[in-house]
Design a binder for this molecule. Structure first.
Ligand code: CA
Ligand code: CA
Ligand code: CA
Ligand code: CA
Length: 434
């Protein structure tokens, strides 16, 4: 790997580089994947946070680490998780892969050619780029050379019209590939999901990049506004052989029209698939953020074709920030689903495991802690606390093993109490280090 050289921002803060998002794609068509990935500066920022950032780079490397090319997105593309989603795919079906990503004045392609004005600097005093042109570029997957650059759709327009004036919501971009005509892939790039949602489908054909359609919730399909997630999914929800776009709680047809919106609003995560094998078609599982909008349906599964809610759980008035479905229990047909709120549900919505322990005395069940994953991580305050697991079925027969992963950051051992059906057992847990 060839890590880019770090730098210093206009306000004199030093930064270096680290590897960020990537995609596996066979760029040269030899049957072996290459990896296209982003080098993010260590001062990359979420849209909600001000500050200058270093440039974002996109590298293509072979699996032995040989670099094929590097694109420098330049100073007029801010670095952060929401600014530069890309697609790497054979978009015209000629056997040659392309890369598509949003670009700006000063982007330098893989063969050293600058897109637009090399001198332009649209960064404001907060390090944000809220003026100046925005482009969408098709790059040659073998060389990184820019082959076509057009204006990004939609233009940002008035920043504040997207929901805030400082650039948090106007600069929310997503990207994907969808087979919209039943024959060849199209690239799909979007802007906005907390309020206005605009989704643009692009065709790369015979060296020309043309707009297939633009869905804009300000123009038609207003029920899609405010419904997006932090990614969109692609699936043929109505079985006509053409992909549709699952844009959060709203689904947009292969023709760029609204099919439905559940109206349950933005959430961070969604998944689409054949979760319930006993139902026709596919299902969408989504978690939602705002109880003022989702009401009693903080986590739900709906019919991917119609939006009809198949089952839901309350969300407990919380931001249900993460959720997923996987086949983790063969006793239940299809995939099981869970989120950061509540237990594990079958594909039909039956509660099959309540992984959230009952806690007291200041102990809290948390979902995020280095080394732990999912729900059920218990955090005890220094003063102590309690937690109770209510669903252990001892049954009959052989020995059972209960394993506790216990972290004791103190220098000395801690003495705790394990209480089984009322009987207390004193247990000593040695220090495990900070
Ligand atoms: Ca290859
Ligand atoms: Ca191609
Ligand atoms: Ca379809
Ligand atoms: Ca299962």
């Amino acid at each position: 790997m060839q890590k880019p050289t770090g730098g210093t921002t206009p306000d004199d803060l030093a930064y270096t580089y680290e590897i960020s998002d990537g995609s596996a794609v066979d760029l040269d068509g030899d049957g072996v994947y290459e990896i296209v990935f982003i080098w993010a500066p260590t001062n990359a920022n979420d849209n909600s946070i001000d500050g200058y950032t270093g440039n974002t780079y996109i590298d293509a490397v072979k699996l032995d680490g040989t670099r094929m090319w590097r694109i420098d997105l330049g100073k007029n593309t801010r670095a952060g998780a929401h600014y530069s989603p890309f697609v790497a795919y054979d978009l015209d079906g000629d056997g040659q892969r392309e890369l598509m990503v949003k670009t700006a004045d000063g982007t330098v392609d893989g063969v050293g050619v600058t897109i637009g004005s090399a001198a332009a600097d649209y960064r404001n005093a907060a390090g944000r780029i809220l003026t100046g042109p925005e482009y969408l570029t098709v790059f040659n997957g073998l060389t990184g050379a820019a082959m076509k650059t057009v204006n990004y759709l939609p233009a940002r327009g008035t920043v504040a019209a997207w929901g805030d004036s400082y650039g948090n919501r106007v600069d929310r971009f997503l990207a994907g590939v969808a087979n919209l005509d039943g024959a060849r892939p199209s690239a799909v790039f979007s802007r906005g999901y907390h309020t206005r949602a605009v989704i643009a489908a692009w065709d790369w054909r015979d060296g020309a990049l043309t707009s297939r359609w633009v869905f804009d919730s300000d123009v038609a399909g207003g029920a899609a506004a405010g419904q997006g997630a932090h990614w969109f999914s692609v699936a043929d929800v109505d079985g006509d052989g053409k992909d549709d776009i699952i844009y959060g709680a709203a689904t947009i047809s292969s023709y760029g029209t609204l099919i439905y919106s559940t109206g349950l609003c933005h959430g961070d995560a969604l998944h689409v698939g054949k979760f319930n094998p006993d139902l026709a078609g596919q299902q969408v599982f989504m978690v939602h953020e705002d109880p003022g909008c989702y009401g009693s349906k903080g986590m739900e599964m709906h019919d991917a074709a119609t939006g009809a809610i198949l089952w839901s759980t309350s969300g407990e008035g919380l931001d249900v920030g993460r959720g997923t479905c996987m086949d983790i229990d063969p006793a239940y047909a299809g995939e099981e689903c869970w989120s950061t709120v509540g237990g594990v549900r079958s594909a039909t919505g039956v509660l099959i495991a309540n992984v959230q322990p009952i806690v007291g005395g200041g102990a809290v069940a948390q979902a995020a802690k280095a080394g732990y994953h999912g729900t059920g991580y218990l955090n005890f305050p220094p003063s102590g606390g309690s937690a109770e697991l209510k669903r252990i079925n001892g049954g009959a027969g052989g020995a059972r093993t209960l394993t506790i992963r216990y972290a004791n950051g103190e220098a000395a051992a801690l003495t705790d109490v394990l209480r089984v059906n009322g009987t207390a057992y004193t247990m000593t847990f040695p220090s495990t280090g900070g």
